[in-house]
Design a protein around this ligand. Structure first.
Ligand code: SAH
Length: 202
């Protein structure tokens, strides 16, 4: 495959080739502080400033796959951070709505994606616990900070057959990555793996 930035083995278990292609098309170094750019293609989380981190690429791939995206979706992302995951989602769906609570990160992410010519993203500065009512319902919701419990407003903003991925658990402890699938009035919740994300602040 042309233009492989990452070694193929980090995509173990990823069956959706589009995800692998899109991740390999995005320069991860552009989302990192200068001093950490040498580590851009290591499969590890890295600090991005303001006490936050950019997720591990293999986990980004895995969480993205759980949303089962086909290209037509409108997806809500909570925790814009560096904008790295946002850029990947933008390459896979119709429109991304992303919410960040730290003004500097919100602004820097927007600038980074603008510079890359990514124009199917809407950015909001605010609390992810509120979701983004104006544009609900969403076909998918990806939460990249860990709330202590599943945020009910987000579940409400999920459309029929919508899928949500969220790491749930206490601050500074191992969290459980949960998949929530809405089907009519039924909400199915599945535990997928253990993860460690920064807390989703109140
Ligand atoms: N997906 C990001 C990583 C995000 S780290 C990336 O690819 O770089 C988690 C982010 O969630 C941080 O930027 C943090 O500021 C943000 N965050 C934490 N609590 C939040 C909240 N209540 N609402 C919105 N964003 C929040």
């Amino acid at each position: 495959m042309a233009n492989m930035r990452f070694p193929q083995d980090i995509f173990y278990g990823i069956k959706d080739q589009r995800i692998i292609e899109v991740i390999n098309s995005i320069p991860r170094e552009d989302f990192l502080p200068e001093s950490l750019r040498d580590y851009a293609y290591a499969d590890t989380a890295l600090p991005i400033g303001s006490g936050q981190t950019i997720s591990q690429p293999s986990l980004v791939a895995y969480m993205t796959q759980l949303l089962e995206l086909t290209g037509r979706e409108r997806v809500l992302e909570i925790g814009t951070g560096s904008g790295y995951q946002t850029a990947i989602l933008a390459g896979l769906v119709q429109e991304v709505y992303t919410v960040e609570i730290i003004p500097e990160l919100h602004e820097e992410a927007r600038q980074a994606l603008d510079k890359m010519g990514i124009d199917n993203v809407r950015y909001k500065l605010g609390s992810g616990y509120e979701g983004w009512e104006e544009y609900a319902p969403f076909d998918g919701i990806m939460v990249t900070a860990a709330p202590p419990e599943i945020p009910q407003k987000l579940v409400e903003q999920l459309g029929d057959k919508g899928r949500m991925v969220v790491p749930v658990g206490d601050r500074n402890q191992t969290q459980i990555l949960k998949l929530i699938v809405k089907s009519g009035d039924t909400i199915i919740e599945e535990d997928k793996s253990f993860v460690r994300f920064v807390p989703m602040v109140e």
